[in-house]
Structure formats: structure tokens, C-alpha cells
Design a protein around this ligand. Structure first.
Ligand code: URA
Length: 423
């Protein structure tokens, strides 16, 4: 093959053959197809699209570019969850130990945050002593004894995606549904699990802003999983308002522990239980009721074991911010809207996120919502708490929150959290 022929074929709207796809992904990973050629192909894919079959093959080729975890020796059924990312989305933290406590093995190979959405590893690293880097034998051992492991993805998984994602990021080719779906699923398939549940976020704080585009992505993701032998389903869930009350690393850990103790914000608990049900059904464990396992303390007990097994002290105090300020309501009424993106950006400004990969996050920084959307507020009442160690960030955070909410005389009932299910 010649790279130019593959580029021309897609430029002219043709379907790529399996052989063309296998070749171009492999040759690109080995450096034989140049970055500028792959950039042209990515743009052609963005403009022309790919069929379900092309996308599934593209994904399989990216999986084959690296190693696949061998979980065949793990004694429990393996199941994984992936979220497309949102503001205050700490769901992995309570969900992983909950599903493990119900009898499955959950390997959550996670990343660090970039931009306005936080990363699961950044959140857990606010727990003193906890470490993200595990070897393959350690991952397998944790899956057998605890059933739950959240750790950093090893560099050998889907290296083609790592290279291609960095290229897409600087060539305006991130926003292609087949490329996004192939990117996400290549990393999940390389984890070696048997089943997967996707939480596709939809709304102002998500990649996908409306239900139609969220459905399109969810359908592409489920199609790739199914075509590659993975039991896969997706929930489409709302992300127009932050999930729960806490946004920021240590703040989200604290909220997750509340949920694991049977309390916490109702939306977080609802989504954790719904995703757990979906995962347990895939794992053949639908006779276990996750709501019960959450309520009776077994999930919390597994959380403590999961954290301790990776060097963390589940009882240690979490870092707290040196400066806490309130943002208050200017008028009385009902909190009709609290915008996820604005809250995410403000938390990021306070130090909860990073602008460049090599930046450090401030574990204590973030935002706590004091009034739930739909709740009554009086003029002068605190709406949000801003937490930071660096007071010089407060003006920029307040500016990011300028148009973050609406207070109205009355508000319609909030939309349901779970908007659709795709199988
Ligand atoms: N997340 C990914 O892992 N890949 C994409 O392409 C987009 C979001």
C-alpha cells in the first residue's frame, strides 16, 4: 500500500478495506506513515466519516498496535465502565468498589485530567500515600483479592491511539465521532475485560452537547464493542449541571465516601446504582442488588481495602484549602440553572485542573454547590463555595462564574438524569 492511495480513497468518499486499515494503523505506529499523512487521513475521515465496519476494524487495528492485558486467570467475571467525562463526575470512585463488593472484578485503567474535566487518578492521589502506578502482576493480584483496581494505564496499551490522539489534538480532527469512538474503545478493548458499560455524557459540560449527538456516539461505541466480542451497553446521562455538589479532587473523594457510607447527593447515588446494575447484568450477577450492598457498608469496606492495597490511608484526613470564599445570590427565587461547563472552568482556574500535561493539580482546590438546582434561594444567600490555596486565582474563577446560573421566579422540574439506554 501507499499512504497517498489510502488518503485519496477516503478523501473521495470510498470505504477503506480491512487490509488498508490494518496497514495504515500499523505503518503509522511504526513511523512508516508520516505524521502529515496521518493528519490528512484523519481530516478525510472527519469530513467523509467511516462505516460501522470500518470503525470497528480501525479500533481493532489500534488494539493490535500494542499489548492486551491478559485477565484470563482472574477468577471473577470482569467488567469495566467508561465515562466520556463530565464536571463533578466522580462516579468511578464509589462504583468500582461497589461492583467489586457485588462479586465482579473491575479494572479501571484511568487517566489524569486535562482541561475542565478532572481525572480519576488526580482525585485518588489526594488520598495520602495512594499510588497510581501498578505492575501487571499487581493488577491481577488486586483483581483477585479485592476485585477492584483503579490505576494508570500502562504505556504499552493501544500506542497507535496515543500517537493519533496527540496528532488529532493539534490538527482540528478530534471532533469526529468514528475517531472518538475508536479512540475510547481501543483503550477499553486493550484492558482485556469481557464486558463494558459506557456512561455517555450529554449537555453543556460534556463533549456531546445534545441528545442526538450523544446517541450517535453511544451507538458507535456499542457497535465497536459488540463487533469486537465485548458485551457492551451505554447509558446517556445528563451533564448540563455538575454531578453531585463537589467539583475538585479531594472534595470529590470526600463526596464519594459519603455515597459509599449510604448518603451523599441523590444524583450521584442514583447514577452509581444504575451503572452498577448495568455492569452486574453483563457480569452475570443480576441477582445481587447494588443498592443493598451500598446501604449495608460492604461497598465502603471494599473501598477501604482498595485504597489500602495501593498504599493509601482511607482514614487519613484529606487536604483542605487555605482559602474558602462564597459566591452569593443577587436575588431571591429558585435556582433554575447551574451550568456545568462554567463551574468546571472555575474549578480549573482555582487549581483543580491543569493547563498543560506536566502541571501539578492542587488537590484541595474546587467548588462546592450549596443549593441544588431547583432549590429555593434568598438574596444574599451563599450559592457556591470556592476553595483554593492560591487566592490570586479567585478573581478569574469568579469571572468564569459570571453567567453560570439563573435564578427565576419558578423553575421546571429538572430533567431525568438518565436520558437513554443504548444496546
Ligand atoms: N477521549 C478519548 O479517549 N479519545 C477521544 O478521541 C476523545 C475523548
Amino acid at each position: 500500500f501507499a499512504a497517498t492511495d489510502v488518503i485519496r480513497a477516503k478523501r473521495d468518499g470510498q470505504r477503506l478495506t480491512d487490509d488498508q486499515i490494518d496497514w495504515v494503523i500499523d505503518a503509522y505506529t511504526r513511523g512508516e506513515v508520516a505524521e502529515e499523512q496521518m493528519a490528512a487521513l484523519a481530516m478525510a475521515v472527519l469530513l467523509r466519516g467511516m462505516s460501522g465496519q470500518e470503525t470497528a476494524r480501525w479500533t481493532a487495528a489500534m488494539v493490535a498496535s500494542g499489548e492486551v492485558l491478559d485477565l484470563s486467570g482472574v477468577r471473577r467475571p470482569t467488567v469495566d465502565k467508561h465515562s466520556t467525562g463530565g464536571v463533578g463526575d466522580k462516579i468511578t470512585l464509589p462504583l468500582t468498589p461497589l461492583v467489586a463488593a457485588c462479586g465482579a472484578a473491575v479494572p479501571q485503567l484511568s487517566g489524569r485530567g486535562l482541561g475542565h474535566t478532572g481525572g480519576t487518578l488526580d482525585k485518588l492521589e489526594s488520598i495520602p500515600g495512594w499510588r497510581a502506578e501498578l505492575s501487571m502482576p499487581e493488577i491481577r493480584a488486586r483483581l483477585d483479592d479485592v476485585g477492584a483496581v483503579v490505576c494508570a494505564a500502562t504505556a504499552g496499551l493501544a500506542p497507535a491511539d496515543r500517537k493519533l490522539y496527540a496528532l488529532r489534538d493539534v490538527t482540528g480532527t478530534v471532533e469526529s465521532v468514528p475517531l472518538i469512538a475508536a479512540s475510547i474503545m481501543s483503550k477499553k478493548l486493550a484492558e482485556g475485560v469481557r464486558s463494558l458499560v459506557l456512561d455517555v455524557k450529554c449537555g453543556s459540560g460534556a463533549f456531546m452537547k445534545d441528545l442526538d449527538s450523544a446517541r450517535e456516539l453511544a451507538t458507535a461505541l456499542v457497535g465497536i464493542g459488540t463487533a469486537n466480542g465485548l458485551r457492551t451497553s451505554a447509558l446517556i446521562t445528563g451533564m448540563s449541571t455538575p454531578l453531585g455538589r463537589a467539583v475538585g479532587n479531594a472534595l470529590e473523594v470526600a463526596e464519594s465516601v459519603e455515597v459509599l457510607r449510604g448518603g451523599g447527593p441523590p444524583d450521584v447515588a442514583e447514577l452509581v446504582v444504575a451503572l452498577a446494575r448495568e455492569m452486574l447484568a453483563h457480569a452475570g450477577l443480576s441477582d445481587v442488588d447494588p443498592a443493598e450492598v451500598l446501604a449495608d457498608g460492604r461497598a465502603h469496606e471494599t473501598w477501604c481495602r482498595m485504597i489500602a492495597a495501593q498504599g493509601g490511608d482511607p482514614d487519613a484526613p484529606l487536604p483542605t484549602a487555605r482559602h474558602v470564599e462564597h459566591v452569593t445570590a443577587a436575588e431571591s427565587g429558585v435556582l433554575a440553572r447551574l451550568d456545568a461547563m462554567a463551574v468546571g472552568l472555575a474549578a480549573w482556574r482555582l487549581g483543580a485542573g491543569r493547563a498543560r500535561k506536566e502541571d501539578r493539580v492542587d488537590h484541595a482546590a474546587g467548588i462546592v454547590g450549596l443549593v441544588e438546582p431547583g432549590g429555593r434561594v434568598e438574596a444574599g444567600q451563599p450559592l457556591l463555595e470556592l476553595h483554593t490555596d492560591r487566592p490570586e486565582t479567585l478573581p478569574a474563577a469568579r469571572a468564569a462564574l459570571d453567567d453560570a446560573w439563573t435564578i427565576a421566579a419558578e423553575a421546571p422540574a429538572p430533567p431525568p438524569l438518565i436520558l437513554d439506554r443504548i444496546t
